[in-house]
Design a binder for this molecule. Structure first.
Ligand code: FMN
Length: 191
């Protein structure tokens, strides 16, 4: 089974992320050969990055138990689906913070980004920033990145999306993550 982690990048109360995450999780659980885990940054409660030692020099050991749990979860994953809203034309701070905390855990794994926002932009600018950040961490982002504009209008509160194009593009993105996830799996020794 390919270990897929869905990372929910918003920590707000009453967030749009809840409906996007339900929709993505349900579709991901329908994928054959995927074992899906949801990593919700709201639950992870990571501290703001403050460590004296650079993440690249931590070798995966962390004194803070929440960071250690985050490290363990990311280590276990073989591929990511990253849900990101757009805040001020970029990545939300909690997501950037969660990415910054770790280093070797990310390497040589693929990711599909699912961007969304309440405006028609659909997180497009956040997605491009995320691609750069993830590339620095050794995460390869697949070509397709879904942009969900006016997410409040296209996904219901219980995570149902009736837009055929969005459902079809999501499936295309999943197939790309699946192909790269399988291809990259020979690079990981730790699970
Ligand atoms: C701090 C902040 C900055 C925002 N900046 C943008 C933006 O640059 N572009 C955009 O399309 N929406 C922007 N929005 C609106 C978000 O798309 C909207 O609040 C959405 O619900 C965020 O997702 P979330 O509820 O899952 O956190 C911003 C929202 C916040 C809270």
């Amino acid at each position: 089974m390919l270990q897929i982690a869905i990372i929910v990048g918003s920590t707000r109360q009453h967030r749009l992320a809840d409906r996007v995450a339900q929709w993505v999780e349900r579709a991901a659980r329908d994928m054959e050969g995927w074992h899906v885990t949801v990593l919700d940054l709201k639950d992870m409660q990571l501290p703001l990055y403050h460590d004296e030692t650079l993440p690249a020099a931590m070798h995966g050991t962390y004194a803070n138990e929440k960071v250690a749990a985050w490290s363990h979860a990311i280590n276990k994953a073989e591929a990511f689906l990253i849900l990101s809203p757009e805040y001020n034309h970029s990545v939300p701070a909690p997501l950037k913070n969660a990415l910054d905390w770790l280093y070797p855990e990310w390497a040589d794994k693929p990711a599909g980004i699912i961007g969304y926002s309440s405006s028609p932009i659909g997180g497009a600018r956040a997605i491009e920033h995320l691609r750069t950040i993830l590339g620095t961490l050794g995460v390869a982002t697949v070509k397709t990145a879904l942009t969900i504009g006016r997410a409040q209008d296209v996904i219901s509160e219980d995570g149902v999306c009736k837009d055929d194009t969005l459902n079809s593009v999501l499936r295309t993105e999943f197939d790309q993550v699946d192909a790269w996830g399988k291809a990259f799996s020979c690079l990981h020794t730790e699970k």
